[in-house]
Design a protein around this ligand. Sequence first.
Ligand SMILES: Cc1cc2nc3c(=O)[nH]c(=O)nc-3n(C[C@H](O)[C@H](O)[C@H](O)COP(=O)(O)OP(=O)(O)OC[C@H]3O[C@@H](n4cnc5c(N)ncnc54)[C@H](O)[C@@H]3O)c2cc1C
Length: 382
Amino acid sequence: MVEFSLTEEQRSLQDLARKFAKTEMLPVAAACDREGRFPEDVYRKAWELGLMNLNVPTEFGGSGLSVFDQCLIVEELARACGGMTTSIIANCLALEPILLGGSDEQKKRTLPAFCSSYHLASFCLTEPGGGSDAAALQTRCRRDGDAYVLDGEKCFITNGPHASLYTVFATADPALRHKAISAFFVPRDAEGITPGKDEDKMGHRASSTSTVRFERVRVPVTDRLGAEGDGFALAMQTLDHTRTPIGALATGIAQAALDYAAEYATKRRSFGKPIGEHQAIQIKLANMAQDLHAARLLTWQSAWWIDQGNRGSLESSIAKCYASDAAMRVADDAIQIFGGYGYMKDYPVEKLLRDAKLTQIYEGSNEIQRIVIARELLSRYA
Ligand SMILES: Cc1cc2nc3c(=O)[nH]c(=O)nc-3n(C[C@H](O)[C@H](O)[C@H](O)COP(=O)(O)OP(=O)(O)OC[C@H]3O[C@@H](n4cnc5c(N)ncnc54)[C@H](O)[C@@H]3O)c2cc1C
């Protein structure tokens, strides 16, 4: 049985996110992008409305939403601003290792704080030496009595300077690669943590991205997630769950690009008629619509598949990879339809291209997604 209609509850979630995006995010999106401003007031309001911590079960005070429902919200937010959406959903990424690998006691100790008041968390996997080859990470965890001592540096960490909790992946022995990686949660006030300055980025400029340095940070053994050596698998399982919402984020950017372009095509005139009456522009709009629909359907299918309790590596990689490539194509065509104005910062479409670009890079670059897809595929024929 395949069903594409949304329930009343899903439509009201979508409406809530759409209204919030239109009234709170869109009016400040261009200024935040221009100034590289982190609009904490917007994030607080998102938290108040329950638009953060979407994956945290209701028993801990979160929204307890399925991946599908998360995608509905993320797409609507991203229509207004990809960067703000990245910061709003960063808690879902950072808290997912706790949801997947934490004991009941650890969940009770960490999760309710994020739901009873506004706090941000960061997922710390990537390092300056490389992100794609996560098993090669160098941040060390050395056992010392009833604690581990963490040493190393993470980079490109979303919300890094603003987080009150970090989920950190570290190795007992880099030579053992994935087998020696463990995961920990570390409160910001632990001694020895230094977030770096905000990176000056091409897009997603309303989001904050920084290094986070860990110097002789003592982490109690009780704050390790899962068993020693479980960290790599936990990071991969986390990304299997969070990549699909990145597909939704890319879909939201593509939807915004198509909306702007289609409207412009009805107003802008050349050779005595609206440019939308020229077949070359119609073909572009038709291609954009096809890309957009395919991105949304792949995202929805992946979300549904994961919500059925399946692993979803293949599906989430296909959704994220296709939707992000589609967002780039659609944003590019939107600029072309706007002509010279599309290239100007006074118009909204060039930001969409800059924001779309990140979706091809983070949560695993699209080259890595294609490796995952090919591996999964080939294993079925071996
Ligand atoms: C704005 C932003 C926010 C981010 N937020 C977070 C965060 O919150 N937490 C976090 O942990 N990380 C975060 N990241 C990091 C992101 O996930 C990595 O940048 C990404 O995984 C790529 O790693 P890298 O930048 O080290 O590139 P590299 O791994 O150095 O790769 C460089 C290039 O080589 C390609 N490549 C690498 N290996 C292969 C291969 N085997 N085959 C083919 N091509 C290959 C890559 O696809 C890429 O094109 C963020 C990044 C950015 C830019």
